[in-house]
Design a protein around this ligand. Structure first.
Ligand SMILES: C[S@@+](CC[C@H](N)C(=O)[O-])C[C@H]1O[C@@H](n2cnc3c(N)ncnc32)[C@H](O)[C@@H]1O
Ligand code: SF4
Length: 373
């Protein structure tokens, strides 16, 4: 374990967060739900709060690429808390009701609880509470679950690729023990960050033998277990189609041991949902490679350098930073986001899958740890 990697990273600037929380609906009462060219409403914001991570998952930030000399963003290059809140307010004024904080590893951002608290204090267009969720590797969750819940975090998704300690340590590549992540998951369940979701990226020959042990481990708990296909992202040179275990195969592994019942997918949800027929576990399968589906994508992403990405695999992004200064009107960022979303007509995931099927691999990949998965 590289102890130095687990320190909290300071935000670019400290500030009185509550002073920045205004009612976005009041700021722009005329705004309606924003739709793109394909009629997709903007509903969710995935906000990356840091590009650093204390893990070096081989499928995301392999050490050979993200070594000690990797040019991570400096504190000045990362959005400050004030800028992040301006962004969230802009999205909420456009109808967004759910904000997911991600990274890198979001729990490495210093003052993350204050950020959660300020977002949770915002109101949606119809006066409800903005839902704040987080995706984390769980390494710091055991000690932070309660303070995050108290700050207003509603839900948490924890990445966990193996229950087998040597396999887990090899996949995070910093020798981090699986037991500490399991403690984090238990702490999250205990304080009511529910439903806790557990994400497992399945890589052929590395952790596919872990599918059933994970199912058995979480049976009878409140955890929803989701299996994700290994995607071709920027960094891991080891990716190849042969290392992807298609969701159909993963589901088959589970079905050979347990009967499954399909469960309806909610709007904008990425997973195909099932439950064990005895009701003891909810399962999701995310088929980003074998069955990408762009038709009901309601999600925008903002990376911590202030760029708006309309898709994980978008070929371009919009710089929101010029609209975030204290001298800019409050609606400036919202206008920029609205303009970009309304012009959106992309289906990147479907198109790149078609290229892949035809044997071509010249499509853009994404730096997952910057854009946030
Ligand atoms: C980039 S991480 C950021 C949040 C946090 N560090 C974590 O791991 O949960 C967000 C999600 O992206 C997933 N991910 C990263 N690289 C991936 C890849 N090559 N294929 C599929 N999922 C990937 C991770 O498993 C994780 O669930
Ligand atoms: S998947 Fe998450 S924990 Fe793993 S290297 Fe990427 S950002 Fe870090």
């Amino acid at each position: 374990m590289q102890a130095a990697l687990v320190q909290e990273v300071p935000a670019a600037a400290s500030l009185d967060l509550q002073a920045l929380v205004a009612d976005p609906a009041a700021a722009d009462p005329a705004s309606a739900v924003c739709r793109d060219q394909l009629g997709r409403p903007l509903r969710d914001l995935r906000l990356s709060v840091i590009d650093r991570c204390n893990f070096r998952c081989t499928y995301c930030m392999p050490k050979e690429r993200f070594g000690r000399d990797y040019p991570f963003l400096s504190p000045e290059q990362r959005l400050s808390d004030a800028e992040l809140l301006r962004i969230v307010r802009a999205f909420v004024s456009l109808g967004v009701e759910k904000v997911r904080l991600t990274g890198g590893e979001p729990l490495l951002r210093k003052g993350i609880e204050s950020l959660v608290e300020a977002i949770a204090a915002m109101r949606t267009l119809d006066g409800g509470q903005v839902e704040v969720a987080m995706t984390t590797n769980g390494s710091l969750l055991a000690r932070k679950a309660r303070s995050l819940r108290d700050a207003g975090l509603g839900r948490v998704t924890v990445s966990l690729d193996s229950l087998d300690d040597p396999v887990f340590r090899a996949m995070n590549d910093v020798d981090f023990p699986v037991g500490r992540v399991l403690e984090g998951i238990e702490a999250a369940c205990a304080v009511g960050l529910a439903p806790v979701k557990v994400n497992c990226v399945v890589e052929c020959g590395t952790n596919d033998a872990q599918v059933l042990p994970l199912v058995e481990h979480f049976r009878g708990s409140d955890v929803t277990l989701r299996f994700i296909e290994y995607m071709d992202v920027e960094g891991p040179s080891a990716w190849s189609q042969s290392r992807v275990v298609p969701s159909g195969e993963i589901r088959g592994m589970v079905e050979r041991a347990h009967a499954l019942l399909p469960v309806a997918r909610r709007d904008g949800e990425t997973a195909s949902n099932y439950m064990l027929a005895d009701g003891s576990l909810k399962l999701g399968f995310i088929s980003s490679v074998s069955h990408p589906f762009c038709g009901d994508c309601t999600r925008a992403r903002v990376s911590v350098d202030g760029r708006l990405h309309l898709c994980l695999f978008a070929t371009s992004s919009v710089d929101l930073r010029p609209h975030l200064g204290a001298d800019r009107p409050a609606e400036a960022a919202a206008q920029a986001v609205r303009q970009a979303w309304q012009a959106r007509g992309d289906r990147y995931s479907e198109l790149r899958a078609a290229r892949l099927a035809s044997g071509k691999r010249q499509y853009p990949t994404v730096r997952m740890s910057l854009v946030g998965g």
